[in-house]
Design a protein around this ligand. Sequence first.
Ligand SMILES: Cc1cc2nc3c(=O)[nH]c(=O)nc-3n(C[C@H](O)[C@H](O)[C@H](O)COP(=O)(O)OP(=O)(O)OC[C@H]3O[C@@H](n4cnc5c(N)ncnc54)[C@H](O)[C@@H]3O)c2cc1C
Length: 433
Amino acid sequence: MAGSLFAADYQNKPYWWDAAPPPELAPIAPPAHSDIAIVGSGYTGLAAALELARGGRQVTVLDAQDVGWGCSTRNGGQVSTSIKPSFAELEGLHGRDSALRIRREGINALAWLDDFIQREMIECNWERVGRFHAAHNPAAFENLARDATNQPKGAEVEVFVVPLEDQRTEIGSERYFGGVVYPAHASLHPAKYHLGLLTLAQAAGAQVISHCPVLRIQRESDGFRLATPRGNLQSRDILIATNGYTGSLTPWLRRRVIPIGSYIIATELLDPALARRLIPKGRVITDTRKLIFYYRLSEDRRRMLFGGRVALKENDPRISAPRLHAHMCRIFPELASIRITHSWMGFVAYTFDTLPHLGRQEDGMHYCMGYCGSGVSLASYFGTRVAQQILGRAEGRTALDGLIFQTRPFYSGDPWFLAAPIIYYKLRDRLNL
Ligand SMILES: Cc1cc2nc3c(=O)[nH]c(=O)nc-3n(C[C@H](O)[C@H](O)[C@H](O)COP(=O)(O)OP(=O)(O)OC[C@H]3O[C@@H](n4cnc5c(N)ncnc54)[C@H](O)[C@@H]3O)c2cc1C
């Protein structure tokens, strides 16, 4: 049965790499010296590199794998205003003003990205398609409708309610109980966007080196020494931009981010009429389940790209693919005979307060990470902001500055404690609770 789910040309790799394959860069050694070294070449690392290089700094970006190999060329390409904690949660912890400012950072990030892509003329299928956020049970719909009409003054987002009887205008599925639409949310082609960032960063003078893992970082009197298999690099400043791939290189950060696997499949080409029936307005879609599903049509609106957290650490996409296919067919029974052409996964980074964190460690290392699964806009925006902080510019200030980057006793980077809640959430979702 499982074998027939896979198309003859099935590939264990992101669909996005068909149009924008991982760039092949010359296997050069890092320079002996750089003003700033950036570890990680995803959106965070490259957005920072661009800003720093344009600010006159000599910048070297190092990645252990191909450039952009992490989440930045693997994601779903859905762009929202997502800041995970609700206004009420933030207000309880940080007070009303800070809560408003933090919530507004999500709105700022989306507006910033729109402006950035247009200004820099990055060809990445950027479209303000809007998001349909679907309720998986009637209580969830009531909550969505109430939140839509009771937004905190000063951090409102454009949203409208879609009751069950009108749902067909948004989605060709009987599975949901209505939902809300955020018309400003957008979609893009993640790997084309990453390639655009890379081209800009290189053109600004940043040196980007792939397959060059940073093995050790040593503090020196006037900066840092980074050891790589291709030689050492001495730098005055350093930015860690490793997000869900933060490892033993930076134990302080590893204790503060929780890597969680996210999984996607792409289907074979759909009949255009079927694709239109399933997602009539071409919006990106998420739902209110605890372990959410996120899906959309491809940029040409011919394939379904369906993602979710169907495993915790599994890194074989052939194993996650049938699970995603089964969930997709529960939502869209019409896709039962449609086969999978691509399956892939990546590690996102959660944090203990579910907020991104940027700033400077006590020993002088800068960091920017923890987008909790919503990094397309947040990584680009905060990557730029942390670069502005390194440049000493006032515009780099954010509402997240100075927040404590929490860890937990005995946590060293392996999220063993997630297994039980995930089983519990799966059960709740299966029972539609
Ligand atoms: C399947 C999936 C779907 C997603 N969908 C969405 C979505 O629809 N919308 C959204 O907003 N977000 C989404 N995300 C999240 C988003 O892609 C990420 O938050 C974002 O790309 C993070 O960018 P980054 O640059 O911080 O990290 P990454 O792009 O992950 O880059 C980190 C890099 O660090 C490198 N690295 C690690 N250690 C070292 C070392 N020692 N030396 C050198 N290099 C090192 C890695 O090789 C990696 O390339 C998704 C993620 C996944 C996996």
